[in-house]
Design a protein around this ligand. Sequence first.
Ligand code: ACO
Length: 376
Amino acid sequence: MGDFAKGLEGVTAAETNMSFIDGQEGRLEYVGIGIDDLAEHSTFEETVFLLWNNRLPTASELSDFRKELSKRYALPAGLARRVAEIPTTAQPMHMLRTLVSEMSLYDTHPNDNDVEQARRKAMNILGQAPTIVAMFDRCRRGLPVIEPDPSLGFSANFLYMLNGEKPTETMARAFDICMITHADHGLNNSTFAARVVISTLSDVYSAITAAIGSLRGPLHGGANEGVMHMLNEIPSVDDAEAYIMGKLERREKIMGFGHRVYKAKDPRATYLMTLAEQLAKDTGNADLYAKSHKIEQVMEREVAAKGIYPNVDFYSATTYHCIGLRLDLFTPMFAMSRIGGWSGHVIEQLSDNRLFRPAAAYVGPHDAPYVPIDQR
Ligand code: ACO
């Protein structure tokens, strides 16, 4: 039996063609292309094509991919009714996890795992998840549901369904950049969860459902909501230093900082910082950015020596706030994007599968007597 590695730190458990991370240098590439280049020049649809096919599409392939995806924005009537019936007090991540699981009930061949079928299911989930989130949010606010507009791209269509009006180009682009930067990230916890589930030859819906359950944890994708709660707790930029010092003294973790792999600043955080600064200026949220920036300075001084730097969740919180998203939608935004990455990993796993079945080091007693219940 191999050595025990708590939290599987340093264990290589899969091969992937999708993303490469250099944690020391703070570099992230999707299929060899730097994340900055993709954030600058690509679109979310093109990025998902890249992840699923390990190459950039031609213009006609991209146009077909977009059409294929937008055809799937609309929900089956039964699923739409279910979204409308969800209690308005439900938390969006619990809602999304449940509804993605329910999507399998509308698939006549949910267990079909050949690669083409898996892609079809992945496309369904990718296309329908934004509709589910937007519909739920409008229902809980007592607003009429906005049907998807297939003429719009993934990001513009989502903001349209959420707000009932077409987003400005700047907002749609900012949102698309968030989607690109969150799409894939090696064998992170939720991606591992998806690969573990599909490795039993279960089904794509079960794998993505498990991944959503993993992502919502505050140590993973749930941290972006934690960051926003923290920013809301700090009255002004002048209070940020004392707030962070207090937390560090109490040995509490600061959400949006630290990473298992990065021991330098997460390149996604670097990119999102610039975006957040611009959006904050444009939307009258300069104080929010100023607080974030101050927190980063204090953390740099106090803990950078331990390799703790901002991760993707830190500046995505300010970015999502400036785009006008309600706080409890931040993690679902992460999920909507990461469905692209999870699905790519599910397809990779199915293409060269071996069941995941690690060992546990047994540390309990041996040869213990069975004591009858009346003698315990
Ligand atoms: N704030 C303060 N101290 C921290 C932080 C933080 N955010 N992160 C790590 N540390 C400290 C720990 O207290 C620990 O210190 P010690 O050695 O003195 O006890 C040391 O750094 C190592 O921390 P671990 O939690 O053991 O590191 P691990 O690799 O297991 O955890 C994790 C990584 C979970 C991301 C951690 O940094 C964390 O909890 N961060 C806050 C939550 C967060 O932002 N999560 C999002 C990650 S990115 C993503 O999933 C999309």
